[in-house]
Design a protein around this ligand. Structure first.
Ligand code: UDP
Length: 275
């Protein structure tokens, strides 16, 4: 098995050179971090579940015309994606108060918001991803006005669609974070959805019990983290008989050879460039 060139390693995922230029392999780890890296852990089976959940959600979104970086899933922990230039802005969409908005504005967790609220954060670990406004984004050149428009309209569409999808399986989409990338076709560029959509990046509450089915189980030491992610997958109709414990050893040591040219990919000079 030939080892593919590793292009970037993030907190929960690794990016490897793909089978041809313009494609990358996104590998999902079991590692979890929270509170700007202060809390670290391993959630057995998380990578497998997030790979499947993100595949499912990105595919459903592509079906309704949302542009994404996703190409196809390769195996238990890897998916093929298009190489994009990541916009260093995280877009958070909120439907119900929780997490940082509850703290910042003193709104009790679980309070429905008067309407969906969109927030922007500067993607910068050293600074702890500070909240920013459109003014900062355009003034510092992180994205142009048209790109912000595109990110906003895609985010609202994703919110509408995912809200309905999750409600249909008894889950409330409390909030979530999206990342976007620039995809180039010759001279033309378009903004596409990148990174992942999974219980790592969404708050998902059971509609009857308000039980948390997302990364807050890890952040708040609630236990049964993988089981909660598995429940999300089960409700979405993915891996119905899956057993979290079975997932761990698969592909745990690195990516598999998926064929294609062996020439080294160009190194990526900053983590901000790839998801
Ligand atoms: N989120 C994320 N990555 C981040 C920050 C937030 O995926 O670096 C997600 C988080 O899981 C939640 C939403 O964005 O679904 C809003 O997060 P919030 O601002 O409340 O921050 P938190 O309380 O999670 O630190």
């Amino acid at each position: 098995m030939s080892r593919r060139r590793r292009i970037y390693e993030g907190k929960a995922k690794v990016l490897y050179e793909g089978p041809e230029p313009g494609l990358l392999v996104q590998y999902f780890k079991d590692d979890a971090t929270a509170f700007n890296n202060e809390k670290k852990g391993v959630i057995e089976g998380k990578g497998v579940l997030n790979n499947r959940i993100s595949e499912y959600l990105m595919t459903r979104l592509a079906e309704i015309g949302v542009p994404t970086h996703f190409v196809r899933r390769l195996n238990m922990r890897e998916q093929l994606i298009r190489e994009v230039e990541i916009v260093p802005v995280e877009v958070v969409i909120r439907n119900v108060a929780a997490g940082s908005i509850s703290k910042r504005l003193g709104i009790a967790e679980g309070t429905p918001l008067p309407r969906s609220i969109v927030e922007y954060y500067y993607k910068n670990d050293e600074l702890g991803d500070p909240m920013i406004s459109e003014e900062h984004i355009t003034a510092f050149g992180w994205a142009g006005p048209q790109e912000i428009d595109d990110m906003l309209s895609i985010s609202l569409r994703v919110n509408d669609f995912l809200n309905g999808l999750f409600v249909s399986v008894g889950i409330r989409l409390v909030d979530f974070k999206l990342e976007f990338g620039r995809l180039w076709h010759g001279e033309e560029m378009r903004i596409v959805l990148a990174d992942e959509i999974s219980p790592d990046s969404c708050r998902l509450w059971d509609m009857n019990s308000d039980e948390k089915l997302d990364k807050d189980r890890f952040r708040r030491d609630l236990g049964d983290v993988a089981e909660a992610y598995q429940e999300v997958a089960r409700r979405l109709g993915i891996m119905p008989e899956a057993n979290v414990k079975e997932f761990r050893p698969v592909g745990a040591s690195g990516p598999t050879d998926i064929g294609g040219p062996t020439s080294p990919a160009k190194p990526v000079d900053s983590p901000g460039k790839v998801s």
